[in-house]
Ligand binder design. Structure first.
Ligand SMILES: [Zn+2]
Length: 361
């Protein structure tokens, strides 16, 4: 706690105004796309273009340590707290009021901060940096999503490398009428929303993005048109995923997720596939569930179930949401960690989709 109980609210950082700062009409989606507090004490932010930020600092009181926070337009999906290290007690992402996102950095007691010297610098129209503490303090970088430029290439390259080495026989899918079908694949979460975090820090967003890209590649090779709702590590709210799909004439929508159990129980493993209603959705869910179980021996069949998840409820085409295993489960996490298994799961989802398209059309 600070020696001087100085509770004055510093609004020492100005508001960044841009004349064309028209915020996206999707009111609910957070303008914060990625952030990282680096080991040199610099906080880096990536936002939507031309976002107005407001930054604040408050000295410690008897409840909290020194706090620095930034408010962003748009509402956060998953409020959460990340444990700090070194001079940082914790980092919280929340929604202080409806329609806002707040990133709070709370410092430990006795942090010797000089907030009046801090300056938020805009690097370009969507990137920001501010130095919060000395690089002499030992600190391990914490962050979510990619803050730098050139974010598009990273995952792309990784995928093209391992796909070249794939065992081709294994990926022999049944044929389906060429250039007739169109599919939307929706990799869950992304950017500042990592989804489930499992054993050893394995993140849902990474797993499902990789799997989704392989599904796309496999289906494309069979002459099925595939569109992904996100192609890289970006945050994407649920409504834009649905409106993107509904603007197309796609035959089906498949959202790919991985599970986490309450209390991170390692004994809970298994696969499940959800549909909202209608025999087509149910049929698609059954085909996919059957195929993913085949490549996941020993992992329980949690079944095909009805659910009202936003993305499958509001899409106009038959839609399913598949949970490819528990990242908190001993059996599933060990597998989903490996590219070889992600490829098998992707193959299984693609096979289920092709079976559906061949039979239902
Ligand atoms: Zn998920």
């Amino acid at each position: 706690m600070s020696k001087f109980f100085c509770n004055k609210l510093f609004r020492f950082l100005s508001i960044f105004l841009f004349l064309n700062s028209f915020i996206s009409p999707v009111r609910s989606s957070s303008a914060l796309a990625a952030w990282a507090l680096k080991n040199n004490g610099v906080l880096e932010l990536r936002t939507k273009s031309n976002t107005k930020l407001k930054a604040y600092f408050k000295r410690a009181n008897n409840l909290y340590g020194d706090r620095f926070w930034v408010d962003f337009p748009g509402e956060l999906q998953n409020p959460r707290t990340l444990k700090g290290n070194g001079p940082i007690k914790e980092i919280r992402l929340g929604k202080p009021i409806k329609g806002k996102t707040r990133l709070v950095i709370e410092f430990n007691e006795k942090s010797d901060l000089k907030p009046l010297t801090w300056r938020m610098i805009g690097l370009d129209e969507n990137r920001w940096r501010i130095k919060l503490f000395s690089s002499k303090l030992p600190f391990n970088t914490i962050g979510e999503g990619l803050v730098g430029k050139g974010i598009k290439n990273i995952n792309e390259n990784k995928n093209s490398i391992y796909l070249k080495n794939s065992n081709h026989d294994y990926f022999q899918l049944p044929d389906v009428k060429q250039n007739k079908f169109s599919v939307i694949i929706d990799p869950g979460h992304g950017g500042i929303d990592p989804g489930a975090i499992g054993i050893g820090g394995i993140r849902e967003t990474d797993v499902v993005l990789e799997v989704s890209k392989i599904v796309k590649k496999l289906l494309s090779e069979k002459g099925v048109k595939v569109r992904l709702t996100r192609k890289n590590e970006v945050y994407l709210d649920l409504p834009p995923r649905v409106s993107f799909a509904n603007k197309t004439d796609a035959d089906i929508f498949v959202s790919i997720h991985a599970n986490a159990s309450r209390g991170k129980r390692r004994d809970i493993n298994g696969l499940e596939t959800f549909y909202y209603k209608g025999w087509r959705g149910r049929f698609l869910a059954k085909r996919i569930q059957k195929q993913i179980l085949k490549v996941s021996p020993g992992s329980p069949d949690r079944g095909v179930k009805q659910s009202r998840f936003y993305v499958i409820k509001n899409t106009k085409m038959p839609a399913v949401l598949v949970e490819i295993g528990f990242l908190t489960g001993r059996i599933d996490a060990r597998r989903l960690e490996k590219t070889a298994h992600r490829k098998r799961i992707a193959y299984a989802i693609a096979k289920g989709i092709i079976e559906y398209l061949s039979k239902v059309g």
